[in-house]
Design a protein. Structure first.
Length: 265
């Protein structure tokens, strides 16, 4: 079991010193309910654009479909970023969490040296076990929508501390680096790079989609998509379409319509 000495606090000075110019500000709090909820409360504030909030401990971390979890203090990277996407088509907003998944996978591969890959739509896995979850929530709509995207990356959780048996952490995966300050810097650097390229392309998704497909372990797998009401779709996941929907034997399903996506046994 880890002690507090094994889980040092984030180095806020170092984080701010190395912050990518893409971001307007970075704040670290000792505890909060949800970093996503905190930034969503600021969504209408023009000065909040490209701000980052990191929590050492979340009491009400949120996932897709209102799932919640609690991680031990300082055992996880829990951060959210608020961004505005001026002029983006509403149908393309769904690519932001997928972009974030690509950024997280690349950061973990390059810094921690673990073979991270993506499970559609935006879970980050290592050897089939969930390492990181991502949740994007719309704060404001219109011509210049605001979205808050949250990242929950398991860093030093032990087997006994994992929320579900199918999860893992960087330490359990044998990562070469598990320093959370280093990891936060890498995550933000990759996110800024991907977002900047996407915005510069006028929100065109061709290059982003190619990067996503290269990292997505779901494509080519036999899967079962469980839908609300008990319906399900089974078959081979062959691709993601222009809107980021998963194609299963010719049928497109969106992330919002799938309750669970599981391997087909």
């Amino acid at each position: 079991m880890y002690s507090n000495l094994d889980r040092p606090p984030l180095n806020v000075t170092e984080l701010r010193r190395g912050l990518d110019p893409f971001f307007s500000q970075l704040d670290v709090v000792a505890e909060t309910g949800s970093t996503n909820a905190d930034l969503l409360a600021r969504a209408a504030d023009a000065e909040a654009d490209r701000s980052v909030l990191v929590a050492e401990f979340q009491t009400s971390g949120r996932g897709r479909h209102q799932r919640t979890w609690v991680s031990p203090a300082q055992a996880q990277v829990a951060l959210s970023v608020l961004v505005r996407l001026p002029g983006i088509a509403p149908a393309d907003l769904g690519w932001l969490p997928l972009l974030t998944g690509v950024a997280v996978a690349d950061a973990v591969r390059s810094v921690a040296k673990v073979p991270a890959e993506l499970k559609w739509p935006n879970d980050v896995l290592v050897e089939g076990r969930k390492l990181c979850g991502i949740l994007a929530e719309v704060g404001t709509t219109g011509k210049n929508p605001t979205v808050v995207v949250g990242i929950g990356l398991n860093v030093s959780l032990t087997e006994d501390e994992l929320p579900v048996p199918e999860a893992t952490s960087l330490v359990l995966a044998g990562a070469e680096v598990s320093d959370r300050t280093t990891l936060v810097r890498a995550l933000l650097r990759e996110f800024a790079s991907r977002f900047t390229a996407w915005e510069s392309a006028g929100w065109a998704t061709g290059e982003l989609a190619d990067a996503y497909r290269e990292r997505c372990a779901t494509i080519g797998a036999q899967v079962r998509a469980e839908l609300p009401g008990g319906d399900r779709i089974e078959g081979t996941a062959t691709d993601v379409d222009a809107n980021g929907r998963l194609i299963i034997d010719g049928r497109a399903v969106s992330a919002g319509d799938v309750t669970h996506l599981r391997p087909l046994e």
